[in-house]
Design a protein. Structure first.
Length: 406
């Protein structure tokens, strides 16, 4: 080989290596997928207007995630319905395929779909699934379970310990021992599968040592969703506390990376109840959880991707109702519990929402598109108009993992 050919060959090898290396470093190693259940653009704008009003101003005080550099828009319809619900939407967001309302992780013909959590886990990454509603609820369940019915809570719960996923956290189970409470406790299966179980605030720190898989939930005997932010006590487990534990557990500088799905599940519940103050505090709590991911991103900016979106809008929430060109947040100040906790305040809350000029068109969902906010490695993929089924595919692409639906 003459010198010129040698030089060219060396250049070619260096070139190939640089391209290869650059591609590798361009993939997201740590991925946060935040789903605000029912969180439409109005829920976000309402919360920003509320923050501004607290400072005596008219305007939008930005939430942390609305400052992300990439913003997109996602359609949400399901098969057979323009207005989706959380299992069909969760299935789209986790498997990249649409299904019918109330189906979970399965096609309309009940054949199983594969969540990206399995694709990412198979590629060697650690997986975390977190929610402030029960972990067998539609959105978190869409990331690990398959069932023709989202209401098959016990059947869904039994699939959790089979996943081998590293971290589950938040609310416990709706039916830990089955519909008639006569089945073996799902916690037995979880323990048998090698999970450490941490129960109650602070317990995670006590049991994490040496644990390879973790289930972090509320105090012994307390099952189901975590309390609303407006209702919580100092002993309440919260979404930010669980996300903080998840990051601590999943992060391993020598590991391949992680994928953490975190759901703010009770934005939807508060909006179903047309309860504006509770909705606002849930959005703020969700933003507090996202703040932990932003802190992590700031420490690992070249390896981290954060995607924040919603599964659908709930409540037909409007900023502006009846006549007039202002909102009046002062009337919300006296409310200190959620309507769901204290039904006796329902009428007062309806009136205060009206006085504040906050409107609701429904106690169910609407079909309006939802926003997507993204920052970090691969975030540019989430710009523009897309369908909810595109989002998991883009996450896999950002991670350099082939998306492979059965
Ligand atoms: Zn809902």
């Amino acid at each position: 080989m003459n010198n010129r050919i040698k030089q060219l060959t060396t250049l070619l090898i260096i070139g190939l290596c640089t391209c290869g290396c650059a591609q590798n470093t361009n993939h997201a190693k740590y991925v946060f997928y935040f789903i605000g259940d029912g969180m439409g653009l109005s829920h976000i704008s309402l919360t920003e207007a509320y923050l501004a009003a607290n400072n005596g101003e008219i305007g939008n005080t930005p939430l942390n995630f609305t400052q992300f550099p990439v913003i997109g828009l996602s359609s949400t319809y399901s098969i057979g319905n323009f207005i989706t619900e959380s299992s069909a939407a969760g299935t789209a967001l986790s498997t990249g395929e649409k299904t019918t309302n109330s189906a979970l992780g399965v096609r309309p013909d009940s054949t199983h779909l594969r969540s990206i959590s399995y694709m990412i886990h198979d590629a060697g990454y650690s997986i975390g699934i977190v929610s402030n509603v029960s972990i067998d609820h539609a959105t978190p369940a869409a990331f690990y379970a398959c069932s023709p019915s989202r209401s098959d809570y016990y059947g869904i719960a039994l699939q959790l310990p089979l996943t081998g996923f590293e971290f589950f956290g938040g609310g416990g189970f709706i039916r830990p021992s089955g519909r008639d409470k006569d089945q073996p406790s799902v916690y037995e299966s979880i323990t048998d599968a090698g999970y450490a179980i941490a129960r109650g605030v602070g317990s995670y720190q006590l049991v994490k040592e040496g644990a390879s898989k973790m289930f972090y939930t509320q105090d012994e005997g307390v099952e189901g969703d975590l309390p609303y932010a407006i209702d919580r006590t100092e002993n309440s487990l919260t979404l930010p506390l669980v996300v903080e534990a998840a990051i601590d557990f999943l992060y391993n500088p020598k590991g391949k990376g992680f994928f953490l799905m975190s759901e703010g599940g009770k934005i939807d519940w508060a909006a179903h109840s047309n309860d504006a103050k509770t909705t606002i505090l849930e959005v703020l709590d969700f933003a507090d959880a996202i703040n932990l991911a932003i802190t992590f991103y700031n420490q690992h900016p070249n390896e981290t991707l954060i995607v924040v979106t919603a599964d659908h809008e709930t409540g037909g929430l409007a900023l502006g109702a009846k006549n007039g060109y202002n909102l009046f947040f002062d009337v919300l100040k006296t409310q200190t519990t959620s309507v769901d906790t204290d039904k006796s305040i329902a009428q007062a809350v309806t009136l205060s929402n009206q006085e504040a000029r906050i409107g609701w068109t429904t106690t169910s969902h609407t079909g309006v598109s939802v926003p997507i906010f993204a920052i970090g490695v691969g975030s540019e993929k989430f710009s523009g108009q897309m369908d909810n089924t595109d989002i998991p595919k883009k996450i896999c692409a950002a991670m350099g993992i082939s998306f492979n639906q059965q």
